[in-house]
Each structure stands twice: as structure tokens, then as C-alpha cells.
Write a protein that binds this ligand. Sequence first.
Ligand code: NAD
Length: 307
Amino acid sequence: MIKIARLISGTRISQDIKNEITEEVKEMKRTKGIVPGLSVILVGDNPASKVYVRSKQKGCEEVGFKSETIRMDKSAPTEDVLKELDRLNNREDIHGILVQLPLPEQIDKAKVLEAIYPEKDVDGFHPVNIGKLVTQQKCLVPATPLGIIEMLKRENIVIKGKNVTVVGHSEIVGKPVSLLLLNEWATVTICHIETRDLKIHTIDADILIVATGVSYLIKGDMVKEGAVVIDVGINRITKDKANQELLEWRKEDFENKGATLIGDVDFLRVEPKASYISPVPGGVGPMTIAMLLSNTLKAAKNIVGMK
Ligand code: NAD
């Protein structure tokens, strides 16, 4: 009998979260007359960034937030972005601020991220928020890692005491998710590009989290029977780069869009071994937006002194 893993639908869970946020926003508006506001700074015209910013705005509209995008020229100097941030930091109607990454080369990214008030830093990239995450204080946590933990919790997957392997050690995903897992009492192994033998670290994982941007990195023989697998990677594969199996599996995508999105996990081989698995698309991706909205609501509540 072929065992099939339970799919962790980020689409469904994120919709639940957005519904909960919508209710809270209505209540906030009714009782306090306050509407959470998110401002996104977009510097330049990176096509992927534009898509991400649009979906963040759409998310805000869905839950009833005020939202705005501040577009700046790709040649804008750091000082211009800092000036804009200063203005946003001081605006009462804006509770969340984020600067869409990546930034053009001439901009001092660290300076920019540090200029956002930590209370409004809904991406959770400010060193103050990262420091608070390490020391387990209340803070704003990066959305993708938060989404991963939320998915596990809402599926009633126990984290405490589990062996968790995180593949990828970026500031956006790998490192913060490892800290969150540690704070939940998991035993965490972190792997990266210099890890010599990936398989010896993945094969014992009760929960395997992969965020590398390398398609087919995790093969069937690298995963333990019954493991929970969270695939964070997003890889766009065009028709000319796809293998025969992918061409058949994602036939519709290739016909309609000429490309498809896959994760870092060889889904067709890993899924029969896993107990739970998050798909790509429809897994961690939608959770990221939901948690950004959740962070904005949290920031607004903190700023106006609500619990
Ligand atoms: P990154 O490029 O900053 O980091 C990649 C990490 O993978 C690094 O730690 C690197 O050492 C590691 N790595 C690369 N090749 C490896 C290999 N062969 N073996 C082991 N480790 C290896 O990437 P990131 O920003 O963390 O994003 C990772 C992936 O997750 C990307 O595909 C990105 O698009 C996706 N992502 C998805 C979401 C979402 O909402 N679903 C959010 C953020 C990132």
C-alpha cells in the first residue's frame, strides 16, 4: 500500500489566519476607531519585488488594513530612503513599515533596516528584534519563520523534544526559524552550503525544514519514514529546463504559463515517506503574507496599548 503524507495547506491555514485578523480589525475599528496601517517602501523596479509588494497590498486589503506603497527610483541614495523612513516612523496612522528587499547596490541595507523603529519593524529584521528573539523577549519575528511554526502548531505537530534539521542559514529564514524552534525546545541542527554530508543530518530529522533555493536538493533517500517536511524553497522552472517527469506532473502550468514553481524537495519521492509535507506552491508562501499581516496587527495593538 502506498502511504500518502498529509499535505499541510498553507493556503487554507493562511485563510483562517486572515479571517481571524479581519475580525480583530473590525473590533479594533469599532472599539478604538483605529485601523492598522502598513507602509511598504519599494526602491527600483525589480519584477519579483513588484509581485511581492502587490500581494502584500492585496493581503492588507483583504483584512481591512490601510496600506500604501512608496515607490522610489532605482538610483535613490541611502539618505532618501532614511528620510522617508523618518517620516513613516513618526506617522500615527502607520503601524508597520517594511522595505522590500533586495535593495539596489548603492543603498546601505544595514543602515536602512536599522532606521525602522523596532516597534514598526514588521519584517523583524531590526537588530533589536533579532536580539529580543535570541533572548526570548516579546518582539516582531520575521514572517516566513513565524509562518512555519504556525503551520506546525495548527497541524498539532509537536515540536518539543523533536530532532529538527534546518537546511539553509539565511537571516530571513534559516537562522530565525532555528531560534524559534530552539525556543520551542526542539533539538536543532542547522545545515548550509558548506555542510559536508547533508544526508547524515537530514535522515534523522523528525522535522525537516528546507530553505535553500536549490531544486531537487532533498531526495527521497535523505528523509526518514514518517518525517514532517516543510519546503520553503521557491524555484521557477521554465519549460526548457524541466525534466520529463516535471513536464508531465505540471503539464497545465507549462501549457498556460510556460513555467512552474517547485520547492527544494523532490516532492514525488519524499511525499510517500513523509507523514506531513508542505507543497510548493500553496505551502509556506501564503503563510508568509498572513504572518506579515499578523505582525502588522500586533504592532498596531502594541503601539495603541491594546493587549
Ligand atoms: P539565501 O540564498 O539567502 O540562503 C540560501 C541558504 O541555503 C544559505 O544558507 C546556503 O548556505 C544554503 N544552501 C545553498 N545551497 C545549499 C546546498 N547545496 N546544501 C545546503 N545548503 C545550501 O535564501 P533565502 O532567502 O533563505 O531563501 C531560500 C529559499 O526560500 C529561496 O528559494 C527563496 O525563494 C525561498 N523563500 C520563500 C519564502 C516563502 O514565503 N515561501 C520566503 C523567503 C524565501
